[in-house]
Design a protein around this ligand. Structure first.
Ligand code: PLP
Length: 391
């Protein structure tokens, strides 16, 4: 059965006021997400913050189960975080990398991750190796084994980059990482919520994602997945008395689950919103979500070519729900601002967000359109019409 677009659109109040084509930035939240958050805030206001968390303990606990279901993990393998970067940093900075250890990453790596590599290169003396792209612009899987050395201590890649439609071969990379017993950290920030994600199939040891993008959750939410077998041996870079209760004057005991990466204090209303967003996506089905969102992005790619001077900038051969492009003679930031005034939301991605990729492909700031399953072809037609009027 296909998804119930009428209900989905009725569930999405933002659609009444805006033509929102930027799920890769932050998607529109559905009503159950808004209700979960406002409900919790109102409860905190009426009975107290600690009391609200206690009364809603079961629901708040269920968030781990929803996230686990979404990615085929166990609840004990999930830590809820305030964003994807915080989750990624918790995994990365916990790795005991030593001088001379090597990290293998990709051309389309996200800036936040890359600057962390650079910091540990400066501070700890690690070495960064970058997998070349194949002719399509995706990770060249064939090149990986030649780059591995005895000192390769981590493979860390971005699955879907921030700046376009590329889908890197995360499963093939996982097979190589597993074959050589090398830890595998996957940035799935732009993938989670727009397509089915299965951590067992991917074979990743750590995976990170955000709530506000394709998952349709609130801003300020994200999560970390860590494979169960690794939890006990992983000492987070920073801990508090929730992650590691203070059990004797000179002793702490790390929690046995992934929540050893969390802190004591949290935004419970946002967590409630994240839980509702994940449950909403699980209910619709990620296969259906992917089918419609990717189809709409393809529809955009087909029609943008009718705009004078428009050039698609997506790398790879299997495009996702993010489409990137430039239009000769149009400044991207002005274009975004002009469309915004007309009630159309798209975004721009500057070269610094994916510097290696931008340098390799000589990319300027690109425009970014990311329809979600709640969008329609009419909304994309309205965008194309508005762009045509600007050239
Ligand atoms: C590929 C990728 N990774 C990580 C992030 C960071 O996510 P967050 O802003 O939730 O930390 C982004 C955000 O745009 C992203 O596109």
């Amino acid at each position: 059965m296909s998804l119930d677009l009428e209900k989905i659109r009725a569930d999405t109040p933002g659609l009444a006021t805006v033509n929102h084509l930027l799920a890769s930035g932050s998607a529109l939240m559905p009503k159950p997400v808004i209700d979960a958050m406002t409900g919790h805030i109102l409860l905190e206001a009426s009975i107290g913050g600690y009391e609200a968390a206690a009364d809603k303990a079961d629901d708040l606990d269920a968030v781990y189960g929803h996230v686990a279901t979404l990615i085929n993990a166990k609840p004990c393998e999930i830590a809820l975080m305030e964003n994807a970067t915080a989750a990624w940093c918790q995994a990365f900075y916990a790795l005991p990398l030593k001088r001379g250890d090597r990290i293998l990453t990709c051309q389309a790596e996200y800036a936040a991750n890359y600057v962390a590599y650079l910091q540990r290169a400066k501070r700890d003396g690690i070495i960064i190796d970058v997998i070349p792209n194949d002719e399509s612009g995706a990770i060249d899987v064939e090149a990986i084994e030649d780059l591995l050395t005895e000192r390769t201590a981590l493979i860390a890649i971005t699955w879907i980059p921030t700046n376009g439609g590329l889908v890197n071969p995360a499963i093939s990379v996982g097979k190589i990482a597993n074959k050589h017993g090398i830890p595998y950290l996957l940035d799935a920030c732009q993938a989670v919520g727009q397509m089915p994600v299965d951590v067992r199939e991917i074979g990743c040891d750590y995976m990170t994602a955000t709530g506000r993008k394709f998952l349709r959750g609130p801003r300020g939410t994200g999560f970390l997945y860590i494979r169960e077998a690794l939890i006990e041996q992983t000492e987070p870079a920073m801990i508090d008395h929730f992650a590691a209760p203070w059990v004797a004057a000179k002793e702490y005991a790390l929690r046995p689950d992934a929540r050893r990466f969390e802190n004591w204090e949290n935004a419970y209303a946002l967590r409630a919103g994240l839980g509702a967003a994940v449950a909403y996506a699980n209910d619709i089905g990620l296969d259906k979500i992917q089918k419609r969102a990717w189809h709409l992005a393809d529809y955009f790619r087909l029609h943008i070519t009718t705009v004078n001077g428009a050039r698609l900038r997506d790398a790879g051969s299997n495009f996702c729900a993010i489409a990137s492009f430039t239009i000769d003679g149009l400044d991207p930031l002005t274009t975004v601002a002009t469309l915004r005034k007309q009630g159309i939301n798209i975004g721009a991605s500057d070269p610094n967000s994916t510097l290696l990729d931008a340098q390799t492909r000589h990319l300027p700031t690109v425009l970014r359109v990311a329809p979600h399953y709640y969008n329609t072809k009419q909304e994309i037609d309205a965008l194309i019409k508005a762009l045509r009027a600007m050239v």
